[in-house]
Design a binder for this molecule. Structure first.
Ligand SMILES: [Zn+2]
Ligand SMILES: [Zn+2]
Length: 258
């Protein structure tokens, strides 16, 4: 977390009321706890600070809980599947403004490097953690992915907010959007990537069914939503995959893995 943070306080509060916020922190192998941490602030012109309203716990967080422990540090803030409301934006962020409701993808990418332009944002050359041989930086996912403070917190600093966050509407509750941060696009990617063999692909499609059933809609409707939101936000699909956005809304769930 940034040091020297200026107090922001809860919504509507005077700035002097709070200098820290609550966040879930890693304390050691199989040990996490909610602690007071410095209130995040804008550090770069392309940053935003988001007040988190919902965040999911991922199966990948279990890696941090145990096997990736050697790459964690006491006090690291975990969480990479958040959504919330924009509280503040840097001078370089023109696509968001205070009050916007956003889902925040787990990987942090710039949107303008070679890899991002190919639709390979998970390998963003701007945020790659080269010293660890990793891809793009991730929220809340150990020093292997940049030691970026995560989203299981009251407030989150979002780097490259001029590109990453996805604006969503106000008409539905958080749980109808939250899985766009990781679970649903991850399942969609596996299901829709033609390089995968049918056996592996069918396993991913099961994930898609699971996620979309929790989301309360049939898989085809869910994938249709996935396709349209990134499309509105700019090019997000690798070349040649554009046709995968064409999902027939009348297909039954049994067609999902085919
Ligand atoms: Zn996840
Ligand atoms: Zn990039």
């Amino acid at each position: 977390m940034p040091t020297g943070a200026l107090p922001r306080g809860p919504p509507g509060a005077k700035q002097s009321e709070r200098e820290t916020v609550k966040a879930l922190t890693w304390q050691g192998k199989r040990s996490v706890s909610v602690e007071e941490v410095p209130d995040p602030v804008i550090q770069e012109p392309t940053d935003a600070v988001v007040r988190i309203t919902s965040t999911a716990i991922c199966g990948s967080d279990l890696h941090l809980y145990e096997v990736l422990g050697p790459y964690m540090h006491k006090g690291d803030i975990v969480g990479h599947e958040p959504m919330g409301v924009v509280e503040e934006v840097g001078s370089g962020v023109t696509n968001l403004r205070k009050g916007d409701r956003v889902v925040i993808p787990f990987n942090i990418s710039c949107g303008h490097c070679f890899m991002c332009r190919q639709g390979l944002q998970s390998q963003c050359e701007t945020t790659q953690v080269k010293e660890k041989g990793s891809g793009a930086a991730l929220f809340g996912f150990s020093e292997l992915y940049g030691s970026v403070p995560g989203g299981q917190a009251e407030y989150l600093r979002v780097p490259h907010a001029d590109y990453g966050p996805i604006k969503v509407g106000s008409e539905l509750p958080d749980e109808r959007y939250l899985f766009l941060s990781d679970i649903l696009p991850t399942a969609w990617q596996g299901w829709s990537t033609p390089m995968l063999n049918p056996e592996v692909s069918s396993r991913f499609s099961d994930s898609g069914r699971w996620a979309s059933s929790l989301r309360g809609s049939e898989p085809t409707a869910a994938t249709g939503s996935l396709a349209s939101i990134p499309c509105r936000n700019g090019a997000r699909w690798p070349p040649g995959m554009e046709s995968k956005r064409s999902i027939t809304p009348k297909a039954s769930p049994t067609n999902c893995g085919k």
